[in-house]
Design a protein around this ligand. Structure first.
Ligand SMILES: [Zn+2]
Length: 172
């Protein structure tokens, strides 16, 4: 999902290395809540997956970028920052789609309520990785779902950059 959102705001970067680096940053942003850091990640599910905690960090970064025009220009401006924030926060919504039934303590620490929007086709692996049909099914569904979203974003990007100006019709 991070890559899909990155594709929508990448602009015309000529070098494939810069494009790959740009999209890699968006993939990273979309996975920040799961980073294996002390007091963060799945060990501290409520903290790392709280909308308010993540928003507070994003607002802090916005202040830094707002005060530092050189960095703001280097990342591509506020538009890229906004899309990057969307990629980051998309993690929280997408995690609530899975059927592990835990839900997401998205409102922590203000509320203990959990966001649970399980989609019947999304599953999680119990007991780690194993190469069997169930694992292949889970991975296949993810590839189809997220790959489909990425394909739509790529097509949208292609249409945007290759749109023709409407040709005026000659009236005789
Ligand atoms: Zn997560």
């Amino acid at each position: 999902m991070g890559m899909s959102i990155g594709v929508l705001c990448m602009g015309r970067l000529r070098s494939w290395r810069r494009r790959a680096a740009f999209l890699a940053v968006f993939v990273f942003l979309a996975n920040i809540p799961d980073l294996q850091l002390p007091n963060w990640g799945h060990d501290r599910y409520r903290v790392s997956h709280s909308l308010f905690v993540n928003l507070a960090i994003i607002v802090g970064l916005a202040v830094v970028i707002g005060l530092w025009p050189r960095v703001r220009r280097a990342i591509g401006g506020w538009r890229v920052f906004a899309f990057g924030s969307a990629a980051w926060l998309s993690h929280l919504l997408l995690d609530s789609f899975y059927n592990h039934g835990k839900g997401l303590a998205i409102y922590w620490p203000i509320s203990r309520a959990r966001l649970v929007l399980p989609m019947p086709w999304f599953s999680v692996l119990h007991g780690g990785w194993s190469f069997d049909l169930n694992t292949l099914r889970i991975i296949g569904i993810e590839v189809i779902f997220y790959g489909g979203i990425l394909a739509m974003c790529l097509v949208g990007r292609w249409c945007y950059f290759n749109r023709r100006r409407s040709t005026p019709i000659a009236l005789h």
